[in-house]
Design a protein. Structure first.
Length: 453
């Protein structure tokens, strides 16, 4: 068999010096790592059970369909493989990429022969599972440790995507009514930005719309590009595995964010007030009629397949995470992160996927999560605890006010509009002061940044 061929073993173990038998003992996993693995497994199983309860596709079923049928994901599997290869030797990287390409060509050809839809993604997915099998059952020592560390990230990204898809399906099946009218009225305090930006995109034409649409749907790929850059020193063997990087923030947002979909079900302007409403829209005012035709607030029934995934805007949350994690990179990376944030915000509003108040909540969510995760070596000092508490409290106040005070927002836009903007600006300033401002400056001292030695 190929796996018994000594030439194959030399390939997969290339670059790793032979270890003495006494050193081949598997390293002990830290209790925190074990707890995280168990929690992730339990959570995924729970989501599969929940999906079965509502007769929708769960994460295990989704991955199985991608393996044995037409895959629904493509970019995330290629991105996951790119992350996984960070922990591999050069020869393994070459063989893995070649295998992914050859498998993908074979799968595409097979689908073409039976007139199945064109799809990508199963090639790199099979290679990811193959590398995982080698890392668990074949490789030893440092090679195994490096591979497992990178594979844990390369595999968690597609899985997190499937978990997110399951949340969307469950939200539509479990919540027959939506609260869009509350946000439509509250958004009047911000000048109804989704309606305004929607008209701007219509004026700019298909080229501008096409650009921001690509940015919007390829956001996970941008995040993986940033992650690869952050892990490059480790891949080259000139640095340690970073204690904090963008994947940690992305995964935490993916786990926490959808919980609020269930608390505040909203489908978005283009669905509740526009052409994508499938007959359930209250009216056809998006994006032409900027001012709400009515300030009455109420929930109303909607279809059972459109996701209730507006509050908070996780695309805003993830795009802001990309922006934050590119601030200390080279110029091209900083400009890229800025462009991705601006284009994503434009798409979320201009395509009618979100209200302006969704974006503010999403930004506060990311700043709070990033405050909790960033610079872990600093520990949980008073300044970090206070800022996390401030962000959590502000996020809760925003959601409660959107639900119970939208009429006040609409009737007093020159009071509540600036307050909303000031709230996220203040949170951003405190975050900047703690983690990016130069030590000793006024903004750093105001934010409580510890003095750096």
């Amino acid at each position: 068999m190929l796996i018994d061929d000594p030439r194959f073993r030399r390939v997969v173990e290339a670059g790793i010096a032979p270890l003495q038998a006494a050193t081949l003992v598997r390293p002990r996993l830290r209790p925190m790592a074990i707890a995280l693995v168990l929690f992730g497994a339990a959570f995924t199983i729970g989501m599969q059970v929940l999906a079965g309860t509502y007769h929708v596709r769960g994460p295990f079923v989704a991955v199985a369909q991608d393996l044995f049928s037409t895959p629904r994901s493509s970019e995330v599997y290629f991105a996951g493989l790119a992350i996984a290869l960070v922990g591999m030797t050069n020869r393994v990287r070459v063989f893995a990429v070649a295998a992914a390409v050859l498998l993908q060509v074979a799968f595409v050809a097979e689908r073409l022969l039976r007139n199945a839809p064109f799809a990508l993604g199963d090639g790199p997915l099979y290679v990811l599972f193959g590398l995982a099998g080698l890392a668990v059952f074949w490789w030893k020592g440092e090679q195994r440790q490096r591979a497992l560390k990178a594979l844990s990230i390369g595999l968690v990204i597609p899985l997190a995507t499937k978990l997110g898809d399951t949340w969307l399906l469950v939200s539509a099946a479990a919540l027959p009514r939506v609260d869009d009218q509350y946000l439509r009225v509250a958004d009047h305090a911000l000048g109804n930005p989704s309606w305004v930006v929607g008209q701007v995109l219509e004026f700019l034409g298909p080229v501008a719309s096409g650009i921001v649409h690509v940015v919007y749907i390829e956001l996970p790929v941008a995040a993986m590009a940033v992650a690869v850059y952050q892990l490059l020193p480790y891949a080259k063997g000139i640095g340690a595995w970073p204690r904090h990087y963008i994947v940690r923030t992305f995964v935490v947002i993916a786990f926490i964010g959808p919980l609020f979909y269930m608390m505040f079900p909203v489908v978005g302007p283009a669905y509740a007030f526009g052409p994508l409403g499938h007959g359930f829209a209250l009216n056809n005012s998006w994006p032409s009629q900027v001012t709400p035709p009515s300030f009455d607030v109420f929930s109303f029934e909607f279809d059972n397949f459109t996701p209730r995934n507006c509050m908070p805007s996780l695309h805003t949350a993830w795009a802001l995470a990309i922006f934050i994690h590119t601030r200390r990179g080279p110029t091209w990376l900083r400009y890229g992160g800025t462009f991705w944030l601006v284009a994503t915000l434009t798409a979320t509003l201009g395509f009618g996927y979100h209200y302006g108040v969704d974006l503010i909540a999403g930004a506060v969510l990311t700043l709070t999560i990033e405050t909790a995760l960033r610079d872990p070596q600093r520990g949980w000092d008073a300044a970090r605890i206070q800022l996390v508490a401030l962000g959590s409290g502000l996020f809760a106040i925003l959601l409660v006010s959107y639900r119970y005070l939208p009429l006040y927002f609409a009737e007093h836009p020159f009071v509540f509009g600036p307050l909303l903007v000031a709230s996220v600006a203040g949170m951003g300033t405190m975050f900047y002061g703690q983690f990016f401002a130069e030590s000793g400056t006024k903004v750093a001292a105001f934010a409580g940044q510890p003095v750096r030695g």
